[in-house]
Design a protein around this ligand. Structure first.
Ligand code: ADP
Ligand code: MG
Length: 461
């Protein structure tokens, strides 16, 4: 077999760390590096077993399986296409696997691999990765390792970045303490398109095509930049601006409730609206496995204030075939009369963007119309963590599902048209007031001419 490899691929193949990430620009030769590395390992260590993962089977088939069929010589190994395994004459195997959702990892409960490989690691959740680490073992003294390759971006961007990039200098083995208290060795090998002479010779226009991508994608795919693109849906989210210390909310502000309810999670937010249309999320309920009556009870226990409007998604009005009652009916039995919110996702997310938007206020400071009290820890955790849907950048990815409940609840509030309560105040004395003065006095929605003055005598209480 006649193969040439790039310098970076050689580094990847020779990595001495237990966990290796070959990460960066698209076209850098990462997936090819995986295949060559797996092949060399299989030959060098007879009866060894390895697996290469992609998130979905179509992803596997279209890319890495196809490539392996192209490059692996049949003199030493044969491919079993129904089992997706390469069987080597020396007894080694290379499996191909996919982990569509988190429960799929249990299929590998009794599996043992010398080397586990993830291609496009950022498509996986951290749970999937950690679970599979425990399957890396074997009754031989072959070097064990988890070897991954990935572009930046996608749902796993943050944890992959934290695990491999944020730990320190690239191209250097770091000893790292894991959350479980073990020590592991980790290396990040950055990959650039420019490293891949094979691609650049064959496809001279490749880099030019990357230049046509939108800014964020270009930075991720052309430069392999891990800081710019993170797939984050609410990239405007700023902890220092959107999260605030709780304060006592004036009684005259309108209070809202909004929820996403299911047995998997009852996610409810309490929101107050001031006279200038600023919204303050001041309480959250985030609890799983509550049947409707229990959820309703918890929500009632957390509510002393008058709720002006209580939003919920339309599917809560679906009737149960046996009882004829809907979830909304059941909530109403606990005095929670829900308002059906619009469930157009794209429009709804745009509305959330609008509420979160940063602007410069009169004092010249960055500000936002939506603030979250710092006691709403689950919202603060999940809102910045949700990512773009792969197929529709204007929608939020529905995986990991756990992240979506509170953002969904918030969306139901944001997508509905809101007006603030009118401020009721004592008018100091009879006389003529300009519109500006009236507004200063708190008459936000009074219907008065924009110019001139109006007599207030008639408006006395
Ligand atoms: N060492 C190599 N020899 C020949 N072709 C290579 C080599 N490395 C990569 N390539 C080719 O370059 C292209 C991009 O490589 P790939 O591994 O798919 O990149 P990445 O996974 O980083 O996006 C593919 O067509 C691949 O076959
Ligand atoms: Mg690839």
């Amino acid at each position: 077999m006649d193969i040439e490899i790039t310098e970076k691929q050689e580094k990847f193949i020779n990595s001495k760390a237990f966990e290796t990430l070959f990460g960066g620009a698209a076209g850098g030769g990462k997936s090819y590096g995986q295949l060559i590395d797996a092949f060399l390992y299989a030959l060098k260590y007879p009866k060894s077993s390895q697996i290469i993962f992609r998130r979905t089977f179509p992803d596997l088939e279209k890319s890495i399986i196809r490539k392996s069929l192209e490059i692996y010589p049949r003199q030493v190994a044969s491919y079993n296409s129904s089992k997706h395994i390469w069987n080597f004459k020396n007894g080694s195997i290379i499996d191909f696997g996919y982990i569509d959702n988190e429960k799929d990892v249990y299929q590998y409960q009794s599996a043992e691999y010398d080397v586990i490989r993830f291609d496009e690691l950022t498509h996986f959740t951290e749970y999937m990765y950690i679970y599979m680490i425990s399957r890396c073992r074997g009754a031989n003294n072959y070097p064990k390792g988890i070897k991954s390759s990935s572009n930046p971006g996608n749902i796993g961007h943050s944890w992959v970045k934290a695990r491999f990039i944020d730990i320190g200098e690239p191209n250097k083995v770091h000893e790292v303490k894991t959350a479980e208290g073990d020590t592991t060795t980790v290396i990040f090998i950055p990959s650039l398109v420019q490293d891949n002479i094979f691609l650049l010779q064959k496809d001279k226009d490749y880099i030019r095509r990357l230049d046509l991508l939108p800014e964020k994608e270009r930075k991720a795919l052309k430069y392999g930049d891990w800081d710019i693109f993170d797939g984050q849906f609410f990239s405007e989210f700023r902890r220092d601006i959107h999260v605030i210390e709780p304060f006592e909310i004036p009684e005259s502000w309108r209070r809202f409730r909004t929820r996403d309810y299911g047995l998997d999670m009852c996610a409810t937010l309490w929101i107050a609206l001031d006279w200038n249309m600023n919204a303050y999320i001041y309480k959250e309920l985030y609890e799983s496995d509550l049947i409707v009556s229990e959820a309703a009870k918890k929500i009632n226990n957390m509510t002393n204030e008058k709720i002006y409007c209580d939003y919920a998604p339309p599917d809560l009005w679906n009737r149960n075939k046996d009882t004829g009652k809907s979830t909304a009916d059941l909530f109403s039995e606990s005095n929670q009369y829900l308002t059906k919110a619009d469930n157009n996702r794209v429009q709804g997310w745009l509305a959330v963007h609008e509420w979160l938007k940063l602007y410069t206020d009169e004092q010249g400071l960055l500000n936002s119309k939506l603030k979250i009290f710092n006691n709403c820890t689950n919202l603060i955790r999940t809102l910045p963590a949700i990512t773009h849907d792969e197929k529709n950048p204007n929608d939020v990815a529905t995986e990991p599902h756990e992240l979506t409940h509170l953002p969904d609840a918030l969306r139901y509030f944001c997508t509905m048209y809101q007006t603030p309560a009118t401020k009721k105040i004592e008018i100091p004395k009879e006389g003529f007031y300009s519109k500006t003065e009236l507004v200063d006095l708190g008459y936000v929605n009074v219907d008065i001419p924009t110019k001139g003055v109006i007599p207030l005598t008639k408006r006395r209480r």
